[in-house]
Design a protein around this ligand. Structure first.
Ligand code: SF4
Length: 354
């Protein structure tokens, strides 16, 4: 095992104890691990994947009563939205949030919605909210109540098509880059999109003429670290190598990449490459390091070392503590007035995929 994948002796002991606890709970327990989690967590996870795939897998497993989500808060919340009434969702580190989700607080979203709907240049047009999975539960609930839907990075295009069939202007939350990259790939022109800046009067928008897409001014700090200059540097010094990035990266980076897609897409893309290919990946470091290990016949490299610090807050010791208190630890709260409309927004997304 390469040095970066090594597990400390303390962690090895913890893994052994966690395996005993897993034996004890059997099929009633499911540990979910997002791709960006530490390597030790991935070793004990029952399922590894992206946030939506994991939440759905748990809800669809009939025997599972206790879902322990190793990821950030919005992921555990999504599992709590989708889970059955007889299931409990636990999050080993409730403080592990997502800076991007935090960029779209409900008060600011409500204010923007009211301001936009009272504009005189709206001229009878309506807004449909499209909200990325990487958002807080109340924003998902808002989306469901206002006839919109949730999307992931792999179905954002379908979600936007769905929304434009129902309203003239899509309001995309909270990641402006995923929204812009998706709309650009669909043929939208730059002048048809505009960013809503919650800190500016009227969101900083002077005119809605010709606008089809409003992008909330949010971003993922982890994916913002990848810059076009990094790609230019690699192209110059490593000709023939490939670059694959996540669509949360800035448009300039996405435009230069050979492949763009969700975490699941990147995993499949790397697996499809010919032996000996050198590929630089622009997404979270833990996932890229595992891709290196899992694909020893390729040269999988980091576009830049970028770690998600909140994902990193979940560790084996916190997971063990949660497993030791499986029946007494407070589950992720999900009030019905949020759960029901948020679930509707998620179910609209699910219907898209069929
Ligand atoms: S990688 Fe970005 S979007 Fe994902 S949890 Fe971290 S900050 Fe949030």
């Amino acid at each position: 095992m390469p040095e970066f994948m090594s597990i400390s002796l303390q962690d090895k002991d913890t893994i052994d104890r966690i395996r005993v606890l897993k034996e004890k709970w059997g099929s009633e327990l499911m540990i979910l691990g997002h791709h960006y989690q530490r390597h030790g967590i991935i070793q004990v996870a029952d399922k590894i994947g992206d946030s939506f795939g994991l939440a759905k897998a748990a809800a669809e497993s009939p025997d599972v009563k206790h879902i322990v989500f190793c990821g950030v808060r919005f992921m555990a919340e999504s599992a709590a939205i989708l889970c059955r009434d007889d299931q409990r969702v636990l999050h080993p580190e409730p403080e592990a949030g997502c800076p991007m989700a935090d960029m779209a607080p409900m008060e600011a979203v409500d204010e923007a919605w009211q301001l936009l709907n009272s504009r005189s240049d709206l001229q009878g047009r309506s807004f449909i909210p499209v909200t990325y999975m990487n958002s807080h539960a109340p924003l998902k609930g808002f989306t469901g109540r206002h006839n919109g839907l949730v999307c992931t990075s792999s179905n954002a295009e379908k979600a936007m098509q769905w929304a434009w069939a129902r309203g003239e202007i899509v309001f995309f939350f909270p990641d402006q880059h995923l929204g812009r990259n998706t709309a650009k790939a669909m043929g939208l022109k730059p002048e048809e999109m505009i960013v809503w800046y919650p800190s500016k009067p009227n969101g900083g928008i002077e005119s809605l003429d010709g606008i089809k897409l409003i992008l909330w001014n949010g971003n993922c700090p982890v994916h913002m670290k990848f810059k076009a200059r990094d790609v230019h540097f690699l192209r110059k010094h490593f000709p023939g190598s490939l670059v694959a990035v996540h669509p949360e990266c800035e448009q300039e980076v996405v435009d230069l990449a050979d492949a763009v897609g969700s975490t699941e897409y990147i995993v499949k893309y790397v697996k499809s490459l010919k032996e000996g290919t050198r590929v630089f990946i622009g997404t979270e470091v833990n996932m890229v390091e595992r891709l290196q290990k899992e694909n020893p016949k390729l040269r999988v490299e980091l576009l830049f070392r970028s770690l998600c610090p909140t994902m990193y807050m979940v560790d084996l010791q916190k997971l063990e503590r949660t497993l030791n208190n499986l029946e007494t630890e407070e589950p992720v709260p999900m009030p019905l007035d949020i759960k029901e409309p948020a679930r509707l927004a998620l179910e609209r997304m699910l219907a898209l995929q069929n």
